[in-house]
Design a protein around this ligand. Structure first.
Ligand code: ARG
Length: 501
């Protein structure tokens, strides 16, 4: 067995079970390209600063590029014996270029700053992908909104009929809340996007490194300056997990609605066959399994956040091996959130809304009672608390007699007992749910005019977010191109002093 790269101080080899216990390659295999990029930036900087020679750099970059190519072809396999991605990549250099060259890459670097550099590079990309998926879902809701500005549906509180709203109003509520998910992700990105490389083990280094140069080559928007803080902290992962957990909480709200809206009893929607599943015994069944699993997997993402926070609790300053456990919960959460957003978008985009049923329920079960109370306030000068009582009593009588607001004679009779006269036409107009939604004209209300205006504002916000995502992607791509071009120049024999960067 090959000796460990850190093996000098040891007289015995690691016990097999301990070796297996320590290794993290299943998790690290996600970060091979990031490890190569980080290593290339570091090596270029070392040479630029005169810490290693041009010849060393050329050798190092040659083998790092080989790792990259092998990985892309699926030929780079991480070995458990080498412990983690960093030792696996460096191991290739030591093996192929020998310690004389490959052994110089780890000058002025520690796995402590290396691992968080890799993780930050990786998470940046993941957050951008997730932001895009959130925007896709928002766009699907906006499509529903644009089509159904005037479609009435029942609005609920306590899952009980409350007041008529429009389908567009419901759909845009999700656009509105997802906007904050986007902001949280963007905020997390800002915390992730600082360069810890050059912090070394904990105290910085006596070598004359240039941390600004690696910041540039890796496309970070800033330097994570305090080295001890940088290598000790994982709040960038907690912040990301927090944003993901809240996002799942929002998706679970939606999932819950899809589950009961599609029941025979509610009958507000039909979910597309492609997003439902059958029963192995009951032939008639069509189950909302995608929505249920969205609801069900929310717990796992909350769990990931709790798992990390618990790992981080009371960890003293400095790198502690516990911190290796930061990635599994994040990786799991990222996977779940991405697949959930993708499939939920498909489910929502293919819903068939039962407009007739929605309209029927929108005006049923006394949902316009508040509007009758408001009418008494405006037209009959009754104080609201009093009109609330009058209409409450009216509803109780109608319920007792098995009637509704449509039974004009009964409504008229009961209101007269409180000294109120109402015309047939007035009552008909008040209890018309289509007219009711037009009447709610306060800012941010369900009226078609307000919702149309909000749709315009949401479109504008989405454009801003998209622009932000594009700029962040360009920054990453630009830095990657810069590193690649420097690597290419070095490999073609150019001296580092002659390369602009
Ligand atoms: N595999 C380790 C991790 O994920 C890398 C850092 C190891 N550092 C150390 N001092 N042993 O945290």
């Amino acid at each position: 067995m090959a000796k460990k790269l850190w093996g000098g101080r040891f007289r015995k080899e690691l016990e097999k079970s301990a070796e297996e216990y320590l290794q993290s390659i299943e998790v690290d295999k996600e970060m091979v390209l990031e490890d190569v990029w980080g290593s290339e930036a570091h090596a270029v900087m070392l040479c630029k600063q005169g810490i290693i020679a041009d010849r060393d750099l050329k050798e190092i970059l040659y083998w790092l590029e080989k790792v990259k190519r092998d990985f892309q072809k699926g030929k780079f396999k991480l070995s458990k014996e080498a412990e983690d991605v960093h030792m696996n990549v460096e191991g290739v250099l030591i093996r192929e270029a020998g310690k004389e060259y490959g052994g110089k890459l780890h000058t002025a670097r520690s796995r402590n700053d290396q691992v968080i550099t890799d993780a930050r590079l990786y998470i940046r990309r993941q957050i951008l992908d997730i932001e895009e998926l959130v925007i896709q879902l928002q766009k699907t809701f906006l499509d529903i909104g644009r089509k159904h500005l005037e479609t009435p549906m029942p609005g609920y509180t306590h899952t009980q009929d409350a007041q008529p709203i429009t389908l567009a109003y419901w759909a845009t509520a999700y656009v509105s809340l997802l906007m904050r998910d986007l902001s949280r992700l963007e905020n997390a990105y800002g915390i992730v996007d600082t360069n810890p490389l050059g912090s070394c083990a904990l105290a910085g280094t006596s070598f004359p490194i240039d941390r600004r140069l690696t910041t540039k080559l890796l496309g970070f928007s800033g330097l994570h300056k305090h080295s001890l803080d940088a290598i000790s902290s994982r709040d960038f992962i907690a912040e990301t997990l927090c944003a993901l957990a809240i996002n799942m909480s929002n998706l679970s709200k939606l999932a819950e609605e899809m589950v009961y809206w599609s029941t025979f009893e509610f009958n507000l929607i039909t979910l597309d066959d492609r997003y439902t599943a059958g029963s192995s015994i009951m032939p008639q069944k069509k189950n909302p399994c995608v929505a249920e699993l969205t609801r069900g997997r929310t717990g796992a993402v909350y769990g990931s956040l709790m798992q990390l926070l618990t790992t981080l609790k009371a960890i003293p300053m400095g790198y502690n091996r516990d911190l290796q456990e930061d990635k599994p919960p994040l990786w799991n959460a990222i996977k779940t959130v991405k697949s959930t957003l993708y499939v939920v978008n498909g489910m929502i985009g293919t819903i068939k809304f039962h407009e007739e049923r929605m309209e029927e329920l929108a005006g049923a079960n006394f949902t316009t009672a508040t509007e009758i109370a408001n009418y008494l306030v405006i037209e009959k000068k009754v104080p609201f608390r009093k009109s609330h009582e009058i209409v409450g009593n009216l509803v109780a009588t109608l319920v007792e007699e098995g009637k509704s607001f449509k039974d004009f004679d009964t409504v008229d009779r009961v209101l007269k007992m409180s000294g109120i006269g109402i015309s047939f036409n007035d009552l008909r107009d008040i209890i018309d749910s289509k007219k009711a939604v037009q009447a709610y004209k306060s800012e941010g209300s369900t009226s078609p005019k307000e919702v149309a205006a909000m749709i315009g504002e949401f479109e504008e916000s989405i454009r801003r977010h998209e622009k932000g995502i594009k700029q962040r992607r360009e920054r990453i791509e630009g830095a990657k191109r810069l590193t690649e071009s420097v690597v290419k120049s070095v490999l073609s024999g150019k001296k580092i002093k002659s390369i602009d960067m």
